[in-house]
Design a protein around this ligand. Structure first.
Ligand SMILES: [Cu+2]
Length: 452
């Protein structure tokens, strides 16, 4: 009944990972299915106003078809297997083969018709968060429509009256369905191709799961103590890097559908919030930031000119949110001498390792036996050693000479000589190009910091 085949979509080959559920025989647009958790290339417009398409971290854009001037999309709500990071898979609910669902992209002024097929075991709806539309298209079970029963397809149809960044998610058994990973982005590009144009435009959703180490299904009743903090249902080191060409104008759009706020911090730059899910921020209303708190149920987009090359960390600044599954009831052992009790425990459990008496950094490089389907609490390697992160962490890689729309990983940054922190061995530091090391030392100038 459901035949899947590979095909070219909108001129872009999606890494051989898109299949389709053939429903066109029934008059519905085919439903594309993504089988890969990798970041897919952007889909450029082939008709209508030009725009710079977004790139979804570890995600993809839903292809559409034109039908008498209406853009038609087909979302399928269904159970999915989502790889959170290599070595860890979760059994979630999502759309078209993945959680989150595909990003929907269209243009201000478009009319869209979105078919939603429900393959879940219970009813669902789709709410179009932040969008201006007829009340009956708002997707709230009971209030604006009956739930879409299992096996049925409903149609949402409306005009896109304003550009911006929006989200979609169920408004039906919301606690369960969002805890299971049902959400996606809806980006409406401005009709004027020059308005708010950028060179690279990244989108990702913040989401959180409570999955016991060794198991696969989130605990849907959890309210606060989540153990997996994810971007687009991925955890570090499974999150895509953000490759950027030097001097690109870059936008990063971050939506929060978790149960708590997340201060997203990016190193190396200051930037300005240019869009919320309420709309574009006027230039005179913007202010500089280096961390942007993303409130619950909200979206913030920020922009910067990629002037500074390097490998710049981007992460949630809540330090527990850059950890993978961990026990929160582990006692603090800093300064405790474990050696005697360790000897005793090893008599019955020879693999036992005492942890935490010097801090937890040892976790970053150790190979400890873990339950199946579980990645270490802090992990990932950079060119200088273990990165000791997990959860909501990635790297913005700003490089000279990346070609436009090249999103391949450029590898680690080659730091110019003399620009990496180093161990002091008692030698007099050599003068650097930007000034004499001795005259730059504040002490030499009584703190005035004049440069020579
Ligand atoms: Cu956070």
């Amino acid at each position: 009944m459901l035949s899947r085949r590979q095909l070219l979509s909108a001129g872009a080959l999606l890494a051989g990972a898109t299949a389709w559920t053939k429903t066109s025989a029934m008059g519905l647009p085919d439903a594309a299915v993504m089988e890969s958790p990798d970041m897919q290339p952007p889909i450029f417009p082939t008709s209508g106003p030009d725009y710079q398409p977004v790139v979804t971290l570890n995600g993809w854009t839903l292809p559409h078809r034109m039908n008498n001037g209406v853009k038609e999309f087909h979302l399928v709500a269904e159970a999915v297997e989502r790889e959170l990071a290599p070595g860890s898979t979760a059994y979630l609910w999502g759309y078209n083969g993945q959680s989150p669902g595909p990003t929907i992209e269209a243009v201000e002024g478009d009319r869209v018709r979105i078919f939603v097929t429900n393959k879940l075991p219970e009813h669902t709806t789709v709410h179009w968060h932040g969008m201006i539309l007829p009340s009956g298209m708002d997707g709230v079970t009971g209030l604006t429509q009956p739930g879409i029963p299992p096996g049925k397809t409903f149609v949402y149809e409306f005009d896109l009256v304003k550009s911006g960044t929006f989200m979609y998610h169920p408004h039906a058994d919301e606690m369960v369905q969002m805890a299971m990973g049902m959400m996606g982005f809806f980006v409406i590009h401005p009709k004027d191709p020059k308005f708010m144009r950028v060179d690279r435009d990244f989108v990702f959703l913040l989401n959180a799961f409570d999955i016991e180490p060794g198991s696969y299904v989130p605990r849907i009743m959890e309210m606060t103590d989540f153990n997996l903090w994810a971007w687009n249902s991925r955890i570090f080191p499974g999150i895509s890097h953000l490759p950027v060409a030097k001097n690109d104008r870059v936008r990063v759009r971050v939506g929060n559908l978790t149960m708590t706020n997340h201060p997203i911090h990016m190193h190396g730059y200051d930037f300005e919030v240019t869009c919320t899910d309420g709309g574009w921020v006027r230039p005179e209303a913007r202010w500089p930031e280096v961390s942007i708190d993303i409130p619950v149920g909200a979206m913030r987009a920020y922009e910067f000119d990629a002037k500074y090359e390097g490998d710049w960390a981007i992460h949630c600044h809540k330090s527990h949110h850059t950890m993978n599954a961990m026990g929160h009831d582990v006692p603090t052992l800093i300064g405790v001498d474990n050696s005697k009790v360790t000897d005793k425990i090893r008599r019955v459990q020879p693999d036992y390792m005492a942890m935490g008496d010097r801090g937890m950094a040892d976790m970053g490089e150790m190979e400890m036996p873990l339950p199946d389907n579980t990645v270490p609490m802090m992990t990932g390697w950079g060119q200088f050693g273990p990165i000791e992160m997990g959860g909501m962490f990635s790297v913005v890689k700003v490089r000279e000479g990346l070609s436009a729309n090249d999103y391949a990983d450029p590898g680690w940054y080659k730091h110019p000589e003399g620009t990496v922190a180093y161990e002091w061995t008692g030698d007099v530091p050599a003068p650097t190009k930007s000034g004499d090391a001795k005259t730059m030392a504040p002490a030499a100038h009584g703190g005035h910091g004049k440069q020579g």
